[in-house]
Design a protein around this ligand. Structure first.
Ligand code: NAD
Length: 442
């Protein structure tokens, strides 16, 4: 990308027709998202937390007073054009899942009940080896991983025909899979396709959905910390087929707080001795994360954030060797209403110690649902603007943002937001905002 200053706008195809949203994993997050979109369409509630629906963007100089809504500035699909489908290892329709999940109140759910009852998951690609706490009763019976990928491809094409969707986007909202490290089979598309045929154990179900999506030209976002699309074989396929991708792991709750507070401490050159984070949550996600192998995937994702923001190598006196601990405890009475505690040991002038305590009583799926919506709309925009491969400007939404091999991931929420908004300005040929501002004082 060039600087964008004075550049021509990037040609972007208009969002004509329906946009199909495909969700592997129709649990708490997916159903809270779908029910929420329908509630907003019917004027029953507001899309709080969604940048695409609520956000504005400043253009030009502060004195110009040009601050359009983001959804008027770039051509996003309208909520009215969204249609939904997906897969799960259980047969329950979206109403049943939302009711059991207990995230949304019954009064709201009843009003969107017929709509939710009309959306049922297709049989999943699933293997308990990758999510040990779950038992699948509604699963495909492909003999090889290759066969399973072809079945998902058929599902995608059937959904396209049945709904008449002009474009599709896929967002992984499935459970967190066991920890996998990149291996030979992930390095090239050829190895990966060979691995699919040979049932290679390092190819997890989430990768099979991702492969099928990219083959079908469908943008893919990964809401969980699994490797999934973050392997050279699939980033290569995304580039080959001109498909935008992003991930990993929705940035909600405790990590959102971390990436808000840590940049502030660093900005003021305050030191960090330790950061202890612990959570209790009682939804199915919590149950899955109770398995050490799934938790390990999550832990890796949560731990990397502080190192990248604080840069201990650049600031050894302030951040070298700080202690960072993250715990998740499955505690059923809490359901989706997670409680996250943080104890932060910092030090200031002359090394004097201080403490910060955070007690965040959050709602996991309420924080995640608007992220799914924004990712759907922005990935669709990216594809219509001819963007392909890793979309680093969507790092804003993730705990472990995907990034080019040559750079480290950007975790600071405020830099991420600036990157996102500057990308939108670039697309429209507007000046990028540098916050220099000297011109106001000439
Ligand atoms: N809610 C948040 O704040 C948040 C934040 C970051 C990441 N996440 C991640 O998002 C994902 C969804 O969270 P949730 O709270 O909705 O969990 P959930 O357990 O309610 O839903 C996950 C669903 O995925 C299904 N599933 C598992 N494997 C599958 C497969 N191979 N194919 C199809 N379906 C499959 C499960 O049956 C379940 O219905 C989890 O991986 C979670 O870690 C959530």
């Amino acid at each position: 990308m060039s600087s964008g200053n004075g550049d021509q706008p990037v040609p972007i195809a208009e969002p004509k027709g329906k946009l199909g949203v495909l969700l592997p994993g129709m649990g708490a997050v997916a159903t809270t998202f779908i029910a929420g979109v329908e509630a907003v369409r019917r004027g029953l509630a507001a899309p709080i937390g969604s940048l695409t629906q609520m956000g504005t963007i400043r253009l030009g100089k502060r004195s110009d007073k040009r601050v359009p809504a983001i959804r008027e500035f770039v051509p996003l699909a309208s909520l009215d054009d969204l249609v939904f489908g997906g897969w799960d290892i259980r047969k329950d329709d979206c109403y049943q899942v939302a009711l059991n999940g207990g995230v949304l109140e019954s009064q709201l759910l009843q009003q969107v009940r017929p709509f939710l009852e009309g959306i049922s998951p297709l049989p999943a690609v699933f293997d308990q080896h990758y999510v040990r706490r779950l038992v699948g009763t509604h699963v495909k019976k492909g003999k090889t991983k290759w066969e399973s990928s072809q079945m998902v491809l058929e599902d995608i094409e059937r959904f396209r025909t049945q709904t008449g969707a002009a474009r599709l986007v896929m967002v992984w909202c499935g459970s967190t899979e066991i920890f996998l490290q990149p291996q030979e089979v992930h390095q090239t598309l050829e190895n990966f396709e060979c691995g699919l045929r040979e049932n290679h154990p390092a190819i997890a179900p989430s990768m099979i959905y991702a492969y099928a999506a990219l083959k079908a030209g469908v943008p893919y976002a990964n809401g969980a910390p699994n490797l999934t699309v973050d392997i050279p074989a699939l980033t290569e396929l995304a580039r080959q087929n001109s498909v935008p991708i992003c991930g990993k792991d929705f940035k909600t709750g405790q990590t959102l707080m971390k990436t808000i507070i840590a940049p502030g401490l660093k900005a003021r050159m305050l030191g960090l001795a330790g950061w202890y984070s612990t959570n209790i949550l009682g939804n199915r996600d919590g149950e899955v994360l109770d398995d050490p192998e799934s938790f390990r995937t999550k832990e890796e994702s949560k731990l990397s954030v502080l190192e990248h923001i604080l840069q201990p190598d650049l600031y050894p006196q302030l951040y070298k060797g700080f202690c960072h601990v993250v715990r998740i405890n499955y505690y059923p009475p809490r359901g989706d209403n997670k409680e996250g505690w943080d104890n932060i040991d910092i030090f200031g002038w002359l090394g004097y110690p201080m403490q910060i305590k955070i007690d965040f009583l959050c709602r996991d799926s309420i924080l995640a649902a608007p992220i799914v919506l924004d990712l759907v709309l922005f990935l669709d925009l990216a594809q219509r603007a001819g963007m392909r491969g890793i979309q680093e400007w969507l790092s804003f939404y993730f705990k472990s943002p995907m990034h080019a091999p040559a750079v480290y991931p950007e975790h600071d929420l405020f830099i991420q937001l600036m990157k996102l908004k500057n990308t939108l300005r670039y697309l429209r040929g507007e000046d990028l905002i540098t916050h220099l501002g000297l011109e106001y004082y000439d």
